[in-house]
Design a protein around this ligand. Structure first.
Ligand SMILES: Nc1ncnc2c1ncn2[C@@H]1O[C@H](COP(=O)(O)OP(=O)(O)OP(=O)(O)O)[C@@H](O)[C@H]1O
Ligand SMILES: [Mg+2]
Length: 155
């Protein structure tokens, strides 16, 4: 669950959010709609921790992690869908890429081999081996659950 508590954000004199309280509950799928400049992107930046609210904030259920993919229609065009989801977990994904590069390198040194073993351990500890099935589950939940929309207009 993600809790939005008394969230307020102001850019200079412009108030975008004033004491917003919202709960995002597990198993649901949410869409954010609103007029251009209403604050959708800013709201998502606060949710993802990219920017701080003026007051209030976001609480995430312990043991959960926020993963974010950029809003860019073409950025992930050449990636497999499951990989794209895993990319949302930047640290895990970079470990995956680095160890795979070592395995693919026919000139890998003994030192590279040790590095790969180290990465393999980290990968396991971070739940890397379950990442693909978790990503698949996340995607199938997206299509099978109720969709809620959060809408607001410019003030
Ligand atoms: N860093 C910033 N400093 C000052 N004003 C900002 C900043 N970022 C966004 N704004 C302003 O806040 C308002 C909301 O912007 P935001 O990008 O969140 O809107 P949006 O709903 O995503 O719009 P769009 O539909 O065009 O994507 C706009 O008026 C924008 O100019
Ligand atoms: Mg936007």
């Amino acid at each position: 669950m993600i809790n939005v508590e008394n969230l307020s954000l102001q850019f200079g004199k412009r108030i975008l959010f004033d004491e917003v309280n919202l709960k995002f509950t597990r198993g649901n799928c949410y869409g954010v709609i609103g007029a251009n400049g209403a604050g959708k992107s800013t709201f998502l930046k606060i949710l993802s921790g990219e920017i701080d609210a003026t007051r209030g904030g976001i609480g995430i259920e312990p043991g959960n992690r926020m993963a974010v993919l950029k809003q860019n229609h073409f950025e992930y065009e050449n990636e497999e869908v499951l990989n794209t989801v895993i990319m949302g977990h930047k640290e895990l994904y970079s470990i995956m890429v680095e160890k795979n590069a070592i395995y693919m390198n026919p000139d890998a040194t003994e030192e590279d081999g040790l590095r790969a073993a180290d990465l393999e351990n980290k990968f396991g500890e971070m739940g890397g081996w379950e990442a693909e099935s978790n990503a698949a589950e996340l995607l199938s939940n997206l299509v099978s659950k109720r969709i809620y929309t959060i809408a607001w207009s410019k003030t």
